[in-house]
Write a protein that binds this ligand. Structure first.
Ligand code: UGA
Length: 425
């Protein structure tokens, strides 16, 4: 049986560890956070990920997976060490590599002879070579194996990927990593490490660009009397464009797109290329938050400092519990700076997620609307679409609804007496 250590148990590390265990490997996941490790050892998952609880329980029972805080001890016997560490945005927009570098330094002398170090974190092009140099171990190969997992469906995406990318200048090591995925039904692309690292940034930046484009087209649709639903349907049927990732919204966010787009601009700049297109995408997305906020201000006749907004949805997208770089929070922050009060309902906003001091977190969509002046939908949780507008009409003071995700039934809300404003129509 292949022994694998996975360093870092965020949503990438946990999905990778549990996914590799599901594929039949023996995995130890390591993290410096002792509390998280004890939660995981007890069979509970600290993050909301579909299917994770069951898969974790199954693999703990079969002893395919274990959790530890002992990084040196865990890598000592591992044939493969997967790095799933954060690469947050540094002040200048570049990816901060300090977690990767410090773990590599600390494990270098403990790594088993001829082990393969597999990097899953999103890292600047050239990082595999830097890590290899840092390790000062000729017997250790470094392989880039970027992830394309979406939060919320990360375990499913790990086991059913569109492609497995393996980047290394060492063909033997690349082959060994490919074997780990032999039970996965997907094309395995082998390339050099720089290409794999570049591909990861290119994928996220392309998707962000696609969304910014569709958000701009939605705005234009509103100005010219077109309907984004019809436009998107017609766009998506062109297989060169594809129908996915065409839902207009309040702008993109989350823990990946904002930092990865900025990091790619920085990588390009450091190599003498001004990536004006991607800079424009980032700026347009930021301006999009402002436009959504302005739409809410306009619904209050331009004055919000004595008004209360009811908001449905705080997370950066549905089916996660993650508020990091959430468009909803960005828009609410703009409104709060204008003096607006906020009452919010989000199905997963519990515990620490409810702790934005100026947001009053409510226990239901209707409670959020009670005595508020205007309602805005900022995350596409399916449960919002089944709330009866007549129930909202009984508690909301005003009549304006801003549907920032196009999830409500426009005709029904208009029939209930609301002034409905969706996106792109
Ligand atoms: C993203 C990528 O989709 C993954 O492939 C990648 O592995 C991951 O980043 C990462 O680098 O780790 P994720 O951050 O989970 O995954 O979020 P997405 O599902 O891509 O959504 C990103 C943003 O776009 C969200 O704010 C979402 O609401 C928005 N979005 C997405 C739309 O506004 N419309 C859409 O049609 C799709």
């Amino acid at each position: 049986m292949t022994l694998i250590a996975v360093v870092g148990t965020g949503y990438v590390g946990l999905s990778t560890g549990v996914g590799l265990a599901e594929l039949g490997h023996e995995v130890t996941c390591v993290d410096i956070d002792a509390n998280k490790i004890s939660i995981l050892n007890s069979g509970r998952t600290p993050i909301a990920e579909a299917g994770m609880d069951d898969a974790l329980g199954r693999n703990l029972a079969s002893k395919n997976i274990s959790f530890s805080v002992d990084v040196q001890g865990s890598v000592r016997t591992a044939d493969f060490v997967f790095l799933c560490l954060p690469t947050p945005q540094a002040d200048d927009g570049s990816a901060d590599m300090s977690f990767i570098f410090s773990v590599c330094e600390s494990i270098s002398s403990s790594l088993k002879k001829n082990a393969v170090l597999v990097n899953k974190s999103t890292v600047p092009v050239g990082s595999a070579s830097l890590v290899k140099a840092l390790l000062q171990r000729d017997d250790i190969s470094v392989v880039s194996n970027p992830e394309f997992l979406r939060q919320g469906t990360a375990l499913h995406d790990f086991l059913n990927p569109s492609r497995v990318v393996i980047g290394s200048d060492d063909q033997y090591a690349a082959e060994k990593v490919a074997e780990l995925y032999s039970k996965v039904n997907a094309p395995i692309l082998k390339m050099n490490a720089a290409s794999a690292e570049a591909l990861k940034y290119a994928a996220n930046s392309f998707l962000a660009t696609k969304l910014t484009f569709v958000n701009a087209i939605a705005d234009i649709c509103e100005l010219v009397g077109a309907d984004i639903f019809d436009v998107v349907e017609g766009l998506g049927l062109d297989s060169r464009i594809g129908s996915q990732f065409l839902n207009p919204g309040p702008g993109w966010g989350g823990s990946c797109f904002p930092k990865d787009t900025r990091a790619l601009v920085k990588i390009a700049e450091e190599n003498g290329y001004d990536f004006a297109l991607l800079r424009g995408v980032i700026q347009t997305n930021d301006e999009h938050y402002e436009r959504v906020a302005q739409r809410i201000i306009d619904s209050c006749d331009g004055v919000v400092d004595n008004k209360t907004l009811a908001v449905w949805g705080l997370t950066f997208k549905a089916h996660t519990d993650d508020l990091r770089d959430s468009p909803s929070i960005a828009i609410l922050t703009i409104l709060n700076n204008h003096g607006m009060s906020v009452k919010a309902y989000d199905p997963s906003a519990k515990g620490p997620y409810a702790s934005i001091p100026w947001v009053e977190v409510c226990t239901s969509p209707i409670e959020a609307c009670r005595d508020a002046d205007v309602l805005a939908v900022l995350t596409e949780w399916p449960e919002f679409s089944v709330v009866e507008p007549t129930d909202v009409a009984e508690v909301l003071l005003g009549k304006h609804v801003i549907d920032g995700r196009n999830v409500l039934d426009r005709e029904k809300w208009i029939s209930a007496g609301f002034t409905y404003r969706g996106v792109g129509r």
